[in-house]
Ligand binder design. Structure first.
Ligand code: ADP
Ligand code: ADP
Length: 230
């Protein structure tokens, strides 16, 4: 089944800047896909439209079989809170909330039971076990980025979109975050779509989509175990 399907996505800003010029792509359930391409090629726009954070100017977006482009803003927001996790490039942490309060927020917004233990486990997995009560302003860029990762994972969303999730991390933290995203996909059946500039990060994905000038310019698939055995 398809976790996410994009049909002929177009996005024009201010009626002049074409960010997406007809992208059709499918992200199957239980796959980890990297999206690469030069700066300005439309990667962030693609992610935001696919996640229902922004509306394309043309084309359709399906998440788990539901056409989110056919719903109104209220329904789209509600749907997103139930199904989607988003790791923002600039983290989007709320400055007035502590680390733990930031991470718990998606559970509250989705009206789910707040499982503090689970929240703390995810933060501990990301090396933030001693930062629960800190405010974002007290954290380094890398720590903030890991809080953003924890917040996107805590509700176990069906689909996780990650915009440069390792951009602020040192090599070791980056590898830990990438291994966690792989575990979400390969041990828990989640689906991850990750924009990255970093070939090391892309190597953790099962396939890589390349964008250029708002269009798909190529695709690379990691060899399957079967293919390797041949
Ligand atoms: P990438 O993530 O690959 O760097 P973006 O999706 O951010 O690409 O941008 C694609 C194009 O759309 C660029 O030309 C960029 O300047 C433009 N763009 C992105 N966001 C906006 C916006 N909010 N308003 C106007 N133009 C935008
Ligand atoms: P756990 O013992 O909580 O299953 P794992 O290390 O096996 O921990 O899981 C890795 C991470 O993946 C955890 O932080 C968890 O929050 C997250 N996770 C597990 N399942 C999903 C899912 N279906 N979607 C998104 N995230 C998930």
């Amino acid at each position: 089944t398809d976790a996410v399907r994009l049909e002929s996505l177009h996005k024009t800003y201010d009626e002049t800047v074409t960010a997406l010029a007809g992208v059709t792509a499918t992200f199957a359930t239980g796959t980890f896909t990297a999206v690469m391409g030069p700066s300005g090629s439309g990667k962030s726009t693609l992610l935001q439209c696919a996640a229902g954070l922004d509306r394309p100017t043309g084309g359709r977006v399906f998440i788990g079989g539901t056409e989110v482009t056919a719903t109104n803003d209220t329904a789209m927001t509600k749907f997103r809170r139930q199904r989607v996790g988003f790791i923002f490039q600039d983290y989007n942490l709320l400055p007035s909330l502590t680390v733990e309060q930031n991470v718990v927020l998606p559970l509250k917004l989705a009206r789910r039971k707040v499982d503090r233990r689970r929240c703390r486990d995810v933060l501990a997995q990301l090396g933030l076990g001693d930062k629960l009560d800190a405010r974002p302003e007290k954290l380094s860029g890398g720590q903030r980025q890991r809080v953003a990762v924890a917040r996107a994972l805590v509700a176990r969303p069906a689909v996780i979109f990650a915009d440069e999730p390792t951009g602020a991390l040192d090599l070791r933290s980056a590898q830990e975050v990438l291994a966690l995203l792989r575990a979400v996909v390969h041990q828990h059946g989640g689906t991850v779509v990750m924009v990255t500039h970093d070939p090391m990060a892309a190597a953790y994905a099962d396939s890589v989509l390349f964008l250029a000038d708002g269009r798909l310019a190529g695709e690379l698939r990691a060899p399957t175990a079967d293919a390797v055995a041949e």
